[in-house]
Design a protein around this ligand. Sequence first.
Ligand SMILES: Nc1ncnc2c1ncn2[C@@H]1O[C@H](COP(=O)(O)OP(=O)(O)O)[C@@H](O)[C@H]1O
Ligand SMILES: O=P(O)(O)OC[C@H](O)CO
Length: 496
Amino acid sequence: MKYLLALDQGTTSSRAIVFDEQGHAVSSAQQEFEQIFPSPGHVEHNPEAIWKSQIETAKEALDTNAIPDSEIAAIGIANQRETVVLWDKKSGQPVCNAVVWQSRITDPICKRLKADQLDSFIREKTGLVIDAYFSGTKIQYLLDNISGLRRRAEQGEILFGTVDSFLIWRLTNGRVHATDVTNASRTMLFNIHTQEWDRELLDLLKIPECMLPEVMPSSGIIGHSDPSIFGREIPIAGCAGDQQAATFGQACFSPGDAKNTYGTGCFMLLNTGEQAVTSQLGLLTTIGWKIGKTTTYCLEGSVFIAGAVVQWLRDGIGIIEESAQVTQLCDSVHDNGGVYFVPAFVGLGTPYWDSSARGTIIGITRGTTSGHIARAAIQSMAFQSMDVLDAMQQESGVKLTRLKVDGGATVNNSLLSFQAGLLGVPVLRPQIQETTALGAAFLAGLATGVYADMDEIAEHWTLDREFQPAMSVNQRENLSADWHHAVRAARGWIRD
Ligand SMILES: Nc1ncnc2c1ncn2[C@@H]1O[C@H](COP(=O)(O)OP(=O)(O)O)[C@@H](O)[C@H]1O
Ligand SMILES: O=P(O)(O)OC[C@H](O)CO
């Protein structure tokens, strides 16, 4: 029996899962790490905390079931995307905290790019909208604000990577500086059509090319882990941004297949095949994966705050002690009591791209209880996903017949029932919900002969539960109208 070790480096935790050839998780480990909020809207991680938690969980997952490392065929990596790590090439030490994808610290840079009317120029090359979400402006910000850093970067002393790249560098003991096409496609520096770092964009954002990693396919041997880490060299054979990995893990292999992940944020990806569909409605055109010479593109809707709203109920206002309690609190009321919660904590992503929006709870009356607030919080994930799907269907002309879902918040049955009703299509939760890690394992297994082809991988997808839509058209339209009324209230709150 061969096994695959998947490293799933997420926004709030690092996970490692060992899968057998059938795609069953045989052991796993998870560690949360610190979220650093230096100022409102700015989010950082300590790269050493990312590395430590990831490597400790990998070792724990291998030790738990005493899986000999000789039986690990390959390592696959899936990671939080866009987050920027800069490190010293010689020492391998980070030169600052990682700037996390959620951070709005580069809003002013983005405003200038928009004022210069560079939207279509950037969209045509990268498939992205101008937003602080992506890596490019974050790198520029660090080079501009840390004394001496730009000079050192220009001299080739500083390397940039998204989190996958940093992990690869550390796993290979500084021998490989690489990323994969999916991660590169989230930097706002990569031309998704020519699949090269884009000279004009690098000049625009004043980023020295020598900092950038080599871009590899998502499935294929990128390098080998140093023997000092797991006792022997193991090929690193799969790598993808976590949302693309989840799309692969959900076996969304045909054009028209879609999945929605409900983690810290919500990310819906629709496979558009070998065609990169350009969006006019605020969706992102992104690379789904590249296997051999074939690139699969996706349309993506990115919602910044989804499950994080539950963390806020727990850690921000303390109306629950454990995340799981939200289900009970939410089920303590029959409906939202007219309360709508727009969790625009860091602005709004798809389809609004409004960095001036802020979190809004509206419709509160004397009869409002914590149950209504909790229910409105849970419903906000479904409403935001509804907005994304509406844009996606309009843009692609594809009428979705079902939606595969995954991510930590999909343990919540009320959320998924409400989602099915709101979308008017069945929502399918798979048995293996660790689809992100599974996707990374599949990509690595495909490169190392554990799987013959994608048809074999697709056979491993099994259904846990299907949630049927049970909402009248009238009800759906009323809820949707109220939600959009609430969104209007949340928008434009931050003034220049
Ligand atoms: N019962 C629940 N209902 C809704 N959301 C939940 C529930 N339990 C946990 N969550 C949310 O799920 C998210 C964790 O999902 P996960 O996929 O692990 O996220 P990530 O990969 O972004 O770190 C957290 O934001 C958490 O608040
Ligand atoms: O870590 P997650 O699962 O919240 O995913 C984060 C996304 O990759 C951000 O684009």
